[in-house]
Design a protein around this ligand. Structure first.
Ligand SMILES: [Zn+2]
Length: 1046
């Protein structure tokens, strides 16, 4: 999943944006924490003790899996390593598993070849797999967990529920689901039946699985031998979203059984599960749209299932629908058959083995465009399944230099040649199939999906080449959903998007919109491998999905669209440390080893280590990053040619005098640096800092040194006594450093100043060179940092001082603002800069921004919306237009009739940016808050709410209003968006981020404490409180200084 990018909060603590750890922290907590599901009052009596304590006690034995042993002894010095990857890549062939794992009918010759090949491959694999695995681990074989005494909770009918844990019992695993659904878009209900083939691992009398809010009317169990299905009793335990089917007799280990259930439910009015969306069609008629969002825990509210990511199975989905609508699901459609009058049933092909949270379906009136793209290898025989493994095994054997050195026996060489021959024959047996890429939207948006299709095809090709692994399905659908909470969701073969993250309209979509659409598609496509093909074992490793998708998003963007630049990520740092080729080979090993299965963080590091062959211990290094929250601050002191470096945790809150800092934090940081002796990327120097402090001795004395080359590392640098040198360098010759390095220096000095480790004066001095700056990255970074300061002062009531900050900004950037053209031409980065600078200038009324914008707005208004302003300056133009009464009303009118989502997005931002508080409260006599209307989803969709709150909180008249709204609507907000969602996180962050007084701190604290325990425990609430404390501290420290400084 991907949060909607424009919602991403830009708070001081998030100065390294898009960190993999910022992805969905609270969602992960929700998946882990049992008590975050609302406890109905009448359920309490069934619970003999506090459920939290109960579960905690029982959960103890599970903890050992999570306990990491942080090794810290051996050193990783020396940056050289074996690069085996190039050969590996060239030789690696990729094959695809048949979706249902079966062979089509082969010819006699095929059968013979297949048999020979299969027997050999099978023997090899058996030998490898039969070796006791535990003999290779230093821990030896694990003993089985001791059984603990369980205290069972009570089911809804008062009987004992036979399972007390949040995780499902390990005795039963699902193999296959047959799911039939009939949603009714008139009654807004759906009915369904599910048949699940399960395999029994340990003899048991019960089958426990997930179900949430489903009215189950019938449950049966049948043995696989075709015995008659028997009606069984089922118990429900809503606190854990679990049901238990009680078998009349023991279910035998090793046997398969079929569970059958019939049920019904309502289409959800939240953004979770199988949910309904209302929208207006071209004729302004209200229509309904049904779609799914299952990640992380909502598949269970659409059908009873084993809703854990590791419990993968195959799915056969059938959906009954109105003949005028269409349906989509993960797999291509197999057949459509009539059911009754006007109702038909679509049947989809059986899916690959996949997790429940990736299942998806859409029922709606849709139009699409499609393109066939390059080939997918398809199995005609089971041998294809073994082929990739065999190829990899062969390559590994061939590549190992030890083998060559030890001059292996002749027999072994013959064996290798023989295997090579088999592989060559196998490749001939595998035919080629194509992947059809389609983009879908409601009919009035069908002319805005061309860009998404082109981009998807381009990126799909890039990923297939990079991973050396084809996209495994025959189709890939991307669907624009009219109301969608996050940015997009990576369901396998059916990616769902918010409309603004997929629809591109050449008249109204700006360069930034294009970047957003491209990056969201890149992110979700990467998930088709990272997340869908290889899935995290459990939600605590969600970063394996999200961290990777985010990394690949940046990486793909840079490769396919070099004009766009991206953010920092841990994996990007690792890629630079290991080199491109080694990193890529490691990814390939990882994907091949865990396809159609699950993985944990260690599996990824092990795959990388397989490539580095022990020369670099990636696992040891990365454990120091994954195990700790946050990131390090590296302090650099230069004395002649001796450079001392020291690391500590970067923490805003700690006072400088208590700075001894937490000793348990030690990162293995791959430092990079350049000096005046050699300041090009090709002569970047590297040093692994794996101690608290270390000394780097340079070959000769240098004039200056800059760490974290091109911002590729995940750390902040403080040049304790050396900022002055860098300030002078920027003043004299700023192009000695790359634009990324310059942006990095600006970011770092403001953060170090925020800590109180460096004076704000120095930070201001560093950006004095900006009038000479022409690159987008340093300019936007400086503007971001200064805006933060301006905004805090403004809200604190220090208007005079705020005005002086604005004056400083104008002094630095005024010329740059004047130079901007009010058009859509130029390179992407120029266009981005133009949008940023002009929107800023118009918002704060500097230079002549508002005059030009007002003229353009008038032209637009006079043309009744037909002569649009250039898309890159549209935001600035609308914001200025919204300042007048007529302009605001006109914008509101146009908002209702516009068919371009990116235009509407800019309109809603302009509407919410008004300084007339009455407009935020009233509109069109309907006496509804703009925010209230969005919450209820009446005219303004609920998906816009966090965006509206973000905008309202930025203005002085709005920021208290936004917080009041959040307080008053808290119950509705959490019902609509769910605690732990991105949306709630963003709403909390935005509505509180401008507070800088003790009174506000107290108010925010006590508000969340007065709500449920879950609310006050949310990580985003703690972060919000931290931010306010930080703001207070910043004010105390800097207010007086700023008076002098400005
Ligand atoms: Zn994602």
């Amino acid at each position: 999943m991907e949060p909607f990018p424009s919602d991403r909060v830009q708070l001081p603590r998030n100065m390294i944006e898009n960190s993999m750890f910022e992805e969905e922290p609270d969602v992960v907590d929700l998946a882990k924490e049992p008590c975050l599901h609302p406890l109905e009052p009448d359920e309490v009596e069934y619970e003999p003790r506090s459920s939290r304590l109960l579960v905690r006690g029982l959960g103890e034995q599970e903890i050992d899996d999570d306990e990491e042993d942080y090794e810290s002894s051996a050193k990783l010095l020396g940056m050289s390593f074996m690069n085996r990857s190039s050969g590996l890549q060239n030789n690696m062939s990729v094959y695809r598993q048949n979706p249902n794992g079966s062979c089509s009918v082969p010819s006699t010759r095929t059968v013979v070849v297949c048999t020979v090949v299969f027997v050999i491959a099978f023997s090899l694999i058996i030998v490898i797999y039969l070796l006791p695995k535990c003999t290779f681990t230093k821990e030896g074989c694990h003993k089985k967990n001791r059984t603990m005494e369980l205290i069972y909770p009570l089911a809804t009918n008062g009987k004992l529920f036979p399972w007390a844990k949040v995780r499902l019992p390990p005795d039963v695993v699902p193999l296959h689901y047959d799911l039939v659904l009939q949603p009714n878009l008139t009654t807004l209900k759906f009915s369904g039946s599910v048949k699940i083939v399960v395999n029994i691992l340990h003899v048991t009398q019960k089958i426990v699985l997930h179900s949430s809010g489903l009215n189950i009317t019938k449950a049966t169990i049948a043995s696989a031998q075709g015995h008659q299905a028997k009606l069984v009793e089922f118990l429900e335990y809503p606190l854990h979203d679990q049901i238990a089917l009680m078998a009349p007799e023991a279910l035998l280990a090793g046997q398969n059984y079929t569970v059958n259930m019939e049920y019904s439910s309502n289409l959800s009015d939240t953004y979770y599960g199988f949910y309904k969306i209302s929208y207006e069609d071209e004729n302004s008629k209200q229509r309904w749209f049904a779609a799914t969002q299952f990640e992380p825990l909502a598949a269970r509210s659409a059908f009873p299932c084993f809703d854990e990511p590791a419990l993968k199975a195959t799915f056969l989905i059938k959906i009954k629908r109105d003949e005028k609508l269409s349906t989509l699901s993960n797999m291509p459609k197999k057949a459509t058959t009539p059911v009754t009058n006007g109702i038909v049933q679509d049947e989809f092909f059986v899916s690959l083995k996949m997790s429940t949270y990736l299942v998806a379906f859409v029922v709606a009136d849709l139009k699409n465009i499609s393109r066939i793209t390059n080939g997918t290898l398809v199995c005609v025989c089971k041998f294809c399944f073994v082929l990739p493994k065999l190829t990899r095994l062969l390559n590994k054997t061939k590549m190992s230099p030890n083998q060559q050195a030890n001059s292996v026996s002749l027999k072994f060489v013959y064996l290798l040649h023989f295997i090579e021959l088999i592989i060559a024959m196998g490749q001939k047996l595998c035919a080629i199939k194509w992947t059809e890429v389609s983009v879908y939207a409601i009919p009035q948006h069908v002319n805005q999906i061309g860009y998404a299709l082109d981009t998807t095809v381009k990126l799909l090709k890039f990923y297939q080449n990079y991973f050396l692994m084809k996209y495994p399905l025959e189709k890939l659908d991307l669907v624009a959903i009219p109301d969608f909470q996050s940015g997009a969701m990576e369901n396998w073969g059916l990616i769902t998007f918010r409309e603004t993250a997929l629809l591109f309209d050449s008249n109204t979509s700006s360069a930034r919109d294009k970047k957003l659409i491209t990056s969201v598609i890149a992110h979700e496509l990467a998930h088709q491998w990272f997340g869908n093909l290889v899935t995290m074992e459990w939600w605590n490793d969600l970063w394996l999905n999200e961290g990777f998708a985010t990394f690949m998003e940046y990486f793909a963007m840079e490769e396919v669209f070099p004009e766009l630049h991206s953010g920092a990520s841990l994996l990007l740092m690792l890629k630079h440390y290991l080199s491109k080729d080694v990193f890529q080979a490691g990814i390939e090993v990882y994907l091949h080893n865990h396809s159609y299965g699950t993985a944990q963080s260690d599996d990824l590091w092990d795959s990388m280590n397989e490539i580095t062959n022990g020369t670099l211990d990636v696992k040891k290094m990365m454990k120091t990053w994954i195990g700790h929250k946050g990131f390090p601050l590296v302090t650099v002191v230069r004395k002649g040619k001796i450079i001392s470096v020291q690391q500590e945790k970067f923490l805003f809150r700690v006072e400088p005098e208590n700075w001894t800092s937490d000793a348990s934090y030690l990162w293995h940081i791959p430092l990079t640096y350049i000096t005046n002796r050699c300041n090009f990327t090709h002569c970047t120097n590297a040093f692994l800092l794996d101690q608290k402090s270390a000394v780097i001795e340079l070959p000769e004395e240098v004039e200056w040194i800059k760490f974290n080359v091109d911002m590729n590392g995940y750390y902040i640098v403080h040049y304790a006594e050396d900022w002055k040198t860098l300030i002078d360098l920027l003043k004299k010759n700023h192009t000695a450093l790359s634009p990324k390095d310059r942006a990095n220096l600006i970011n770092n000095i403001f953060n170090v100043a925020r800590l109180g480790r460096e004076s704000l004066e120095k930070a201001f001095e560093l950006i004095d060179y900006l009038s000479k700056e022409n690159s987008t990255a340093p300019l936007t970074q400086a503007l971001f940092q200064l805006s933060l300061i301006y905004s805090l002062l403004d809200k604190k009531g220090e208007q005079q001082l705020a005005a002086r900050v604005m004056h400083r900004i104008e002094h630095l950037l005024g010329d740059k603002i004047d130079q901007q053209r009010w058009t859509d031409d130029g390179a992407l980065s120029e266009r981005e800069l133009r949008s940023t600078l002009l929107a800023f200038a118009c918002t704060h009324d500097i230079r002549n921004c508002r005059t030009t914008a007002a003229k353009m707005f008038e032209t637009w208004m006079k043309s009744n919306g037909t002569v649009s302003p250039p898309s890159d300056v549209m935001k600035a133009v609308f914001a200025v237009g919204a300042k007048s009464n007529d302009g605001w009303e006109f914008l509101l009118k146009m908002y209702f009739s516009s068919v371009s989502e990116s235009e509407k997005n800019k309109m809603i931002e302009a509407l919410a940016s008004t300084e007339d508080a009455r407009k935020l409260i009233w509109y069109e006599g309907a006496k509804k808050l703009l925010m209230q209307n969005s919450l209820e989803g009446e005219v303004i969709r609920s998906q816009e709410l966090s965006h509206i709150i973000a905008t309202v909180s930025q203005s002085l008249p709005g920021y208290l209003l936004a917080w009041d709204f959040v307080k008053e609507s808290w119950e509705k907000l959490t019902r609509k968006f769910h605690l732990g969602s991105y949306t709630i996180r963003n709403i909390i962050s935005w509505s509180t981020s401008q507070f800088a007084t003790k009174a506000h701190l107290l108010e925010v604290k006590s508000f969340f404490e007065s709500k449920s325990e879950e609310s006050s425990q949310l990580r985003c609430v703690k972060e919000a409180i931290d931010t306010i404390q930080l703001n207070i501290q910043w004010m105390e420290r800097n207010l007086a200084k700023l008076q002098e400084l400005l």
